[in-house]
Design a protein around this ligand. Structure first.
Ligand SMILES: [Zn+2]
Ligand SMILES: [Zn+2]
Length: 394
């Protein structure tokens, strides 16, 4: 089946590429994926695949039943949202929306799952049970997967196993990798507000400068991982944004800092959250300001079931040959598929999208991010392969 599957996926390649480019040029942010959702629904309708729309606002779930009778249900997932980044990739089909870009490859994920839908439909005589296709909003910080679970994506019929893939620009197109156990960290987004007292730049003694207080907080937070976490245990605290004031000669009255904590262990998260609060309020009060910390959202670590990871790896080896399939080490990135993995066993595949022609790396979440589109049919066939292998395993 595998050589034939890859061949059919390659024949479908131009369609997958054109869907990806359409979505790429019209990127939409979390919970705003109306056009993308409409495109997904139109494709499913054309194929005659039944679906339900409006889960988690823009999410879509479709079902393909095998012709070999009743059986388990396996879910394949794609995410649809883009990022607030101004695209500088230089591609002809670049974003037409200022300040918004598909810089995490979710355009490719959606197009590949649509390709997989067609391939599965053509192979219904080869499996029993059901394949569910989950097109979700808001992976980037909005926990779209959690909301789709609330809206019933894992029931009717109940899902027994789940798989996804994510593009990986460090890995060559044609290669994939996978891992068992905790492979992506949990992520905890937080926001610090420092309240000082604004004033004239020439009269700092009459003000409480929140920029100076914020700067001390930035430094003090660096001790959290360096001095309070066991060096053999992975953890990251990063501040991605620091905003205060807008004039050179005015002392601002407030600073807002936003950041993220990454770790694998629940107890460590709780410790870092508490210590972050202690440091922020302690530094602020020592410097005559006040500050508070709000934790906005915690993604759990993504934990791949060892048996499902092995099935995924075995399926990929069958498709691409063992030389092209690697095992991956855990990463500190986060993924809201972790919410699905808390409910059902599953695994994720890293899909190589690096082109041999690139002189520079094109990392995820950057303005120059890009993919080698020859990987798209490989992604579609890897999803189809693992779904059928799961349903047909004895
Ligand atoms: Zn991302
Ligand atoms: Zn992503």
């Amino acid at each position: 089946m595998t050589a034939e599957l890859l061949e059919s996926a390659r024949a479908l390649g131009p369609r997958i590429v054109s869907d990806r480019r359409t979505i790429h040029s019209h990127p939409e942010m979390a919970y705003d994926e109306e056009q993308t959702s409409t495109l997904v629904q139109a494709r499913l309708r054309d194929l005659g695949i039944p679906f339900r729309a409006g889960l988690a606002k823009t999410g879509v779930v479709a079902q393909i039943k095998g012709e070999l009778g009743e059986g388990p249900c396996v879910l394949l997932r794609a995410d649809m949202d883009a990022l607030p980044i101004e695209e500088r990739s230089g591609v002809a089909f670049a974003s037409e929306i200022p300040g918004v870009m598909h810089a995490c490859g979710h355009d490719a994920h959606t197009a590949m799952l649509l390709g997989a839908a067609q391939l599965l439909l053509e192979r219904r005589s080869q499996f029993a049970g059901t394949v569910k296709l989950m097109f979700q909003p808001a992976e980037e910080g909005g926990a779209g997967a959690a909301r789709m679970i609330e809206d019933g994506v894992l029931s009717g019929p109940p899902v027994d196993a789940a798989f996804m893939l994510h593009v990986r620009p460090e890995l060559e197109a044609g290669q994939v990798s996978y891992g068992a156990g905790p492979i992506l960290a949990g992520a905890d987004a937080f926001s610090i507000t420092v309240e000082g007292r604004g004033g004239h730049a020439a009269r700092p003694h009459q003000a409480v400068d929140p920029v100076v207080v914020g700067a001390q907080i930035v430094n003090a937070i660096q001790t959290l991982v360096a001095r309070e976490v066991d060096p053999t245990v992975p953890a990251v605290v990063t501040l991605g944004s620091f905003n205060a004031g807008n004039r050179s000669n005015v002392i601002a009255d407030r600073a807002v800092l936003k950041g993220t904590i990454r770790a694998f262990d629940d107890g460590l998260f709780t410790h870092l959250e508490q210590r972050l609060r202690d440091i922020v309020t302690g530094v602020a009060s020592a410097l005559r300001a006040t500050a508070n910390v709000e934790f906005e959202m915690r993604y759990p670590p993504a934990v791949c079931d060892p048996a499902m990871a092995e099935l995924l790896g075995e399926s990929a080896r069958g498709l691409l040959g063992s030389d092209a399939v690697f095992t991956s080490r855990p990463q500190m990135g986060a993924e809201d598929f972790a919410f699905v993995l808390q409910k059902v066993p599953g695994a994720m595949l890293w899909l190589g999208v690096k082109s041999p022609e690139w002189a520079e790396p094109k990392p995820l979440h950057t303005a120059t991010f890009d993919i080698d589109e020859s990987a798209l049919p490989i992604g579609s066939s890897a999803l189809v392969g693992v779904a059928i292998d799961y349903l047909n395993r004895s």
